[in-house]
Design a protein around this ligand. Structure first.
Ligand code: AMP
Length: 617
């Protein structure tokens, strides 16, 4: 638990008046912002030392009653930037009128984000929990339960536009006395096709509601939203120096399709990258191909994709954030299937007259939990029916990610920025490594080929150009292929075991297992919300492919004499995110946790010894 930064009287330490600095207001403290003392105390409990740029800019405007449209990304502290003013207003009003009614509505594009926002509301209202009730409408509960939650008149309602509109329409929720509206990830809300729901919500809320829009980009569509919800808003086009991806060292490796598997094996097994890693792949099948491939080498990993039940997804992210898992293989279909190849240059302030945005209405899977879907029926459909409320490379708050590995390059430069933004958050360092398949090597190894790779070089050129505009460089990561070649035989051996049939079976089996886990999680969560973790693991072996025990350790003779650093040239790898020798939480003696053991030594891996294996039986 984090230590509270309070004085001896258990009160937040008052801060001196803001000190002017070279860059303006960086010495401003939370207390200086004029927030309710209980909120300042909660902020201190969260160990937020100083407000971030979006917080110190947006909060005073919001407290002043202004509508705000802020360009703010996940990782910038945007959630607290709108939650704190909302809480402040509710607390101020309750001093005069203690009745409860829904005065604030927070709209988000995904259930995962709704969950995160709800948590932030809980954390920041820790010292005034009696006075502020919040409800999220995104949980899969019956209409009756939903109604009863809403009948308590929660002060703050967090929802996706579709769900909230359903509740407004059915009169389960009254927004007659709404005073504040937040649209978080506004650009994503639109790309998820919530336009009609938003129009409906806009029509049903009272005039003069104070609006705050948070958006990673200020596109034309966001400009349209602005005109629908805001009156003369203050537009904050903030460019935070330590925002998303700022401290990311970026590397690219040009390689053949099967070499991706070779390199990822070497990188992970020999720990060329240290710390937690998100591996992005092109689609759901690819997740399982890579997971099964890793399994051959005794490397554990979790999968995150839109097909999995939402409870499982949330749980995976939570556990990953607690360092229980080290590798997540994510398919970000919303990005990878590519509906967002817009120009990189955004339109600030957007004086736009288009009607609220496109979006395919037909296919949206609102809150219907994908829990009861049949995989086979799904597969028959040409276009995968994906959960439109799922998004990995944006929105979700992954903590302490040392490396984002673009196993399959995304299809746009924008998508790349979102992905690499999952690492190097809050001033930390991190690295992004991308595999890029040159045109001449595309389709040269059919079993490992993926369609999106056809344009890898074009996309990479756009990525490099866009990063250069921000003064960042994408450097080549040169592997000494001769040294890496030594591992090719093992890679081929493992790849052969990962057949199409095995992948299909793994996908079906994992979904089935996750549905069961999801039900368990749900039940347990209902009874014991704070102990949802520790319950279930998501990185178990699928065991559908033929496994070969000998692959699980790396024999000494394969290792370069000069040490593993000689596999690569240049200043790369070894991100000192996690200190050498320091085990991640949850690493218990005798338990495999996905990360390789001491390379080349059976001693280092208790599960690989005869004794240990006997014991586990
Ligand atoms: P967000 O951009 O709202 O998703 O926040 C990203 C992360 O930054 C969350 O884990 C927050 O807990 C953290 N955070 C928010 N505000 C601050 C702050 N002022 N100082 C330090 N961390 C913060």
């Amino acid at each position: 638990m984090s230590k509270r930064k309070l004085d001896e009287k258990d009160e937040p330490t008052p801060t001196a008046a803001p000190q002017p600095t070279s860059n303006g207001a960086s010495e401003v403290s939370f207390a200086d912002l004029g927030l309710d003392a209980r909120l300042v105390q909660a902020v201190a409990k969260q160990n937020y030392e100083k407000p971030t740029l979006v917080q110190r800019t947006a909060i005073p405007l919001a407290l002043d009653g202004k509508d705000v449209l802020a360009r703010a990304k996940t990782g910038s502290g945007k959630t607290a930037a709108y939650v704190l003013p909302l809480l402040h207003f509710i607390l101020s009003r309750k001093k005069m009128d203690p009745t409860s009614f829904t005065s604030a509505l927070i709209l988000v594009p995904t259930r995962e984000l709704a969950d995160q926002v709800f948590k932030v509301v809980e954390q920041l209202s820790a010292f005034c929990a009696k006075d502020v009730q919040a409800a999220k409408l995104t949980d899969k509960v019956s209409d009756a339960v939903q109604r009863s939650i809403l009948s308590n008149n929660p002060d703050i309602v967090i929802s996706t536009p579709a769900r909230v509109w359903k509740c407004i329409e059915s009169s389960a929720l009254s927004v007659d006395r709404l005073t504040h509206l937040v649209l978080d990830e506004a650009d994503l809300v639109l790309s998820y096709g919530y336009d009609e729901d938003l129009q409906n919500v806009a029509k049903s809320i009272p005039k003069g509601v104070q609006a705050m829009l948070m958006s990673a980009t200020l596109t034309a569509e966001v400009g349209t939203l602005k005109s629908v919800f805001c009156r003369n808003p203050k537009v904050l086009d903030l460019q935070e120096r330590d925002a998303e991806g700022e401290g990311v060292r970026q590397f690219v490796v040009k390689c053949g399709e099967d070499e991706k598997f070779l390199l990822v094996y070497v990188i992970i097994k020999l720990q060329l990258i240290k710390g937690k890693c998100i591996i992005f792949v092109a689609d759901v099948d690819r997740c399982y191909r890579l997971k099964l491939f890793f399994e051959q080498f005794g490397i554990r990993s979790c999968i995150l994709n839109s097909e999995l039940p939402v409870n499982s997804r949330i749980h995976v992210v939570e556990e990953f954030n607690k360092n229980v898992y080290d590798i997540i293989i994510a398919s970000d279909e919303n990005e990878v299937l590519g509906d967002e190849d817009q120009p990189a240059d955004d339109v600030p302030n957007g004086n736009v007259s288009e009607a609220i945005v496109q979006g395919d209405n037909g296919e949206r899977m609102t809150e219907k939990d994908d829990a009861h879907q049949d995989v086979r029926a799904k597969k028959k459909r040409k276009t995968v029916k994906r959960d439109r409320e799922y998004g990995v490379s944006r929105g979700i708050d992954f903590r302490n990610v040392a490396c984002v590995l673009n196993f399959d390059l995304p299809t746009s430069a924008k998508s790349y920025t979102h992905r690499i933004g999952r690492t190097a958050r809050a001033g930390q360092t991190g690295m992004a490594l991308s595999f890029c398949v040159p045109k001449e090597l595309y389709r040269k190894h059919t079993p490992t080929s993926v369609e999106t790779a056809e344009n890898d070089e074009k996309v990479l050129a756009r990525i490099i150009k866009q990063q250069a505009k921000q003064g960042k460089e994408v450097k080549p990561w040169n592997f000494d292929m001769k040294q890496v070649e030594a591992f090719r035989y093992r890679m081929n051996d493992a790849l052969r075991a990962v057949t199409k049939v095995a992948i299909r079976e793994a996908r079906t089996r994992e979904l089935r297992q996750e549905l069961l886990k999801s039900e368990k999680l749900k039940r347990h969560f209902e009874e014991n919300p704070s102990e949802m973790h520790n319950l279930i693991r998501h990185d178990g072996e699928l065991r559908v492919a033929r496994t070969q025990a000998h692959l699980k350790h790396v024999p000494e003779y394969l290792l370069p004499k000069e040490g593993k650093k000689s596999l690569t040239s240049g200043d790369i790898g070894f991100v000192p995110f996690r200190k050498e020798g320091k085990k991640t939480r949850g690493h218990k003696k005798g338990k495999s946790r996905g990360r390789p053991f001491k390379v080349g030594g059976r001693k280092g891996d208790p599960l690989r010894t005869f004794k240990a294996r006997r014991k586990t039986k």
